[in-house]
Design a protein around this ligand. Structure first.
Ligand code: AMP
Length: 415
């Protein structure tokens, strides 16, 4: 089956076309056919398409008004003579579409084929993810319009992997009726990424799902950490929204909620302005005053010995270590730590800095192995006598979305 995977953001649409089916999944032989991105929807958009069979890349800029036009452009390109894909010549050769959907709330706890009732449930979750779910829905509506309602579409939720978190870990210690009334609780995000790297770890090491206690670190522009106990998500750092937890590119992560009122009084900010500060002007950017980009921060620290760039990196790594300690205690020990995401996959410096503080419970790094694991490589970097295995595993959310779409069609449940 050729699956179109769509990841629709507020002003962008990312896609991949992946050939997969139950047999290919079993053999881990799924094939990426094409991928691309339309960025800055609503203005002069930047369009990048790539054919994986040939390596051919197509770049252009064009005004793209909305998501429907963006999805239409992607689909027209996939079946075009320009793309010249071997196995896809018309709309009939795209067999199903898998969507990344950020919030599934308490009810959508596994990947699911879309029908009107499920779409309504995703719409009901908009108040929990007002920035993300509406964008995801635009992708779903666009596909319905372009293909007609007959096309099979599946939704794969960022929150779903975390539905196994126990109540004592997902509840906030605020009046219980607020949870009952408004479903205020930890949901967690990046679930597809944490689930994928945990699956890869088990597959590479040939360990049964129930036998693994892992910490997975998704460190990108957004960052989260997940405690995976006996193969299931047991706790995670992002909360009701993706603001809680680790220090991120522009998000603060954990802070004292009393700061909100303090800022409204001192600076005269509205609540919306405070939220914008915590989401868009904090994290690495806020501390350094320079950039949200870890690569640039490391360069600033190295080339100019910039104090605040160094401080931002220090705070970032300290928060990660603190969570690793907490989750190790919460699970009663761990077998391994897996790094993924743009920073986790590419920065041996950050991995080293995080792991340096963990020797107290037997984490020992192989420095050379760590240095050699960048730019999309998968591998182990713990020393042979380390009590905890250290791995870099590049994430592949799109692959999991394509596979889940096939499983939904074939009616196989997997988490
Ligand atoms: P993502 O959101 O997963 O694409 O990750 C984006 C983050 O990864 C940005 O902060 C990048 O600066 C960071 N990143 C990518 N490559 C490197 C690298 N070689 N060293 C440090 N950070 C990197």
């Amino acid at each position: 089956m050729n699956i179109l995977v769509l990841n629709t953001g507020s002003s962008s649409v990312k896609f991949q076309v992946i050939e997969t089916n139950l047999e290919l999944i079993e053999k881990n032989a799924d094939r990426k056919i094409a991928s691309g991105l339309i960025d800055r929807i609503g203005s002069e958009s930047i369009i990048t398409f790539r054919v994986h069979e040939t390596g051919a890349a197509f770049k252009q800029t064009a005004p793209i008004r909305d998501h429907k036009i963006a999805v239409d452009k992607i689909i027209k390109w996939i079946v075009s003579k320009e793309a010249n894909l071997n196995t896809i010549k018309s709309l009939n050769d795209i067999h199903a579409v898998g969507h990344r959907v950020v919030h599934g709330g308490e009810t959508l706890t596994s990947s699911v084929l879309l029908d009107d009732a499920v779409i309504r449930e995703i719409e009901d979750c908009i108040e929990l993810a007002p920035l993300h779910n509406p964008a995801n829905l635009k992708g779903i509506y666009a596909v319905q319009e372009i293909f007609g309602k007959g096309i099979k579409q599946a939704a794969v939720f960022d929150t779903a992997f975390h539905h196994t978190i126990p109540d004592y870990a997902y509840l906030y210690a605020i009046p219980y009726q607020l949870y009952r009334r408004y479903k205020i609780r930890r949901y967690g995000f990046h679930g597809t990424s944490h689930r994928y790297v945990a699956y890869r770890y088990r597959t590479i090491n040939q360990i049964a799902k129930e036998k693994v206690n892992l910490i997975t670190l998704h460190l990108g522009n957004g960052c989260s950490i997940c405690a995976i106990k006996n193969g299931k998500s047991f706790d995670t750092s992002m909360g009701m929204t993706p603001l809680e937890g680790l220090v991120m590119g522009t998000r603060s992560g954990d802070l004292d909620p009393a700061i909100i009122q303090f800022l409204t009084l001192k600076e005269g900010y509205s609540l919306a302005e405070v939220e914008t500060i915590f989401n868009k002007q904090s994290g690495l950017l806020g501390i350094s005053g320079l950039t949200n980009d870890m690569r640039e921060l490391i360069a600033e620290a190295d080339e100019h010995d910039d104090r605040r760039a160094k401080l931002a990196i220090e705070i970032f790594c300290y928060r990660v270590r603190k969570y690793i300690g907490a989750y190790t205690a919460a699970m009663g020990g761990i077998d391994g730590i897996v790094f993924t995401g743009g920073i986790g996959e590419n920065s041996d410096r950050i991995r080293q800095k995080v792991c340096e503080g963990l020797d107290w419970f037997g984490v020992k790094m192989d420095q050379n192995a760590n240095k050699n694991l960048n730019a999309g490589k998968e591998g182990k970097f713990s020393a042979s006598d380390s009590k905890v295995a250290l791995w870099v595993i590049p994430t592949n959310e799109e692959l999991l979305i394509a596979r889940d779409t096939v499983r939904c069609i074939e009616k196989i449940t997997k988490n």
